[in-house]
Design a protein around this ligand. Structure first.
Ligand code: SF4
Length: 323
């Protein structure tokens, strides 16, 4: 499968079937914590990176091979920023019609300053935009965005979207130690969130391999501070640990490659996530993907993650290395 992956377990969306509309890695941000590695180069061009008709044909095919009730949400997410696909609105409507399931979009929200993007996203049932900073300086440090929109435009875009959008709006704050977990940074984020009026605020931690080696998740104190300052709408999102619901019609190698390309997996959790598969078989699949130049191990903080071979991660200075 080229565009559809999973389903994977998500705390927020249950069994979520992913649709990836763009090549790795296409993004208008270059977040220091990005689990897909660095964005080289950044792009802000909206276009039909892959034909919508091909993407929807794959959705139809996966659906035909999935047991009834096996998928809770269809989620546009993947190899970068999904709103850069110029037909995202058509894809959302197409996915809803084909599946009859609720559709979510995980986005950085940067393009919501454009009325056409707001209109397109309004067809989804839930939109999950990022809000890692409440000031222009921190926005530039954490998200390292394309110059347009400015922070002020980005924030106004989120506010304007909320005004016209009746679905669920769940802001995501990626809490990075020493960056946005201070009292002042969180107060700025809370002020921005108060203007946006989301339905929920999700506090996440960068626990997958971050693009930059110095990036660490906020500690317990930072998390408590975030919850206190962001208020009653905020909750901490912990990773989901359920068994990966591999489809009956899926090849193991294809399934794993589809997942790790968009969502790197800890090597030590893969056997738990796929407990019905013999560990030897899983190891053999990864070894083959590595030999074929499709997958690689990235080490962060002594933990080995499997990700796409083309991911661009900074090298660590200490004992870690990218293999
Ligand atoms: S985390 Fe999302 S928005 Fe940030 S660089 Fe990665 S894909 Fe882009």
């Amino acid at each position: 499968m080229k565009y559809v992956f999973g389903p994977i377990f998500s705390r927020r969306l249950g069994r979520s079937l992913g649709i990836d509309t763009i090549p790795l890695k296409t993004c208008n941000w270059n977040c220091i914590y990005c689990q897909l590695g660095r964005t080289v180069p950044l792009t802000h061009v909206r276009r039909e990176y892959f034909p919508s008709v091909e993407i929807l044909a794959e959705v139809e095919q996966v659906l035909a091979g999935s047991a009834p009730g096996a998928i809770d949400w269809v989620t546009f997410v993947g190899s970068g920023e999904p709103t850069l696909h110029s037909d995202l609105g058509g894809l959302i409507r197409g996915a809803k019609t084909l599946t009859g399931l609720p559709v979510a979009v995980i986005t950085n929200g940067a393009l919501l300053y454009r009325p056409d993007v707001r209109q397109e996203l309004s067809a989804a049932d839930a939109i999950l935009p990022s809000l890692d900073a409440g000031s222009s300086d921190l926005y530039k440090q954490i998200n390292r965005p394309w110059p347009e929109p400015t922070f002020a435009q980005y924030l106004e875009g989120l506010v304007a979207f909320r005004e016209m959008y009746a679905g669920q709006l769940w802001l995501e704050v990626m809490l990075v130690k020493g960056m946005n977990d201070s009292l002042a940074a969180l107060a700025d984020i809370a002020a921005a969130a108060a203007r946006i009026r989301p339905d929920q605020i999700h506090i996440s931690l960068p626990i997958r391999p971050p693009a930059e080696s110095g990036v660490e998740p906020a500690d317990e104190e930072g998390l408590m501070r975030a919850q206190a300052i962001l208020g009653e709408l905020a909750r901490v999102i912990t990773p989901a640990h359920g068994e990966l619901p591999i489809r009956a019609d899926a090849e193991l190698a294809d399934f794993l490659l589809g997942v790790i390309t968009r969502h790197p997996l800890r090597e030590d959790e893969v056997t738990t996530l796929l407990r019905r598969w013999p560990a030897d078989e899983i190891r053999a699949v990864f070894a083959k993907l590595e030999r074929n130049g499709q997958a690689r191990v990235v080490e962060r903080y002594g933990i080995r993650f499997w990700g796409a071979a083309s991911g661009k991660y900074s090298q660590r200075k200490e004992s870690e290395h990218d293999s």
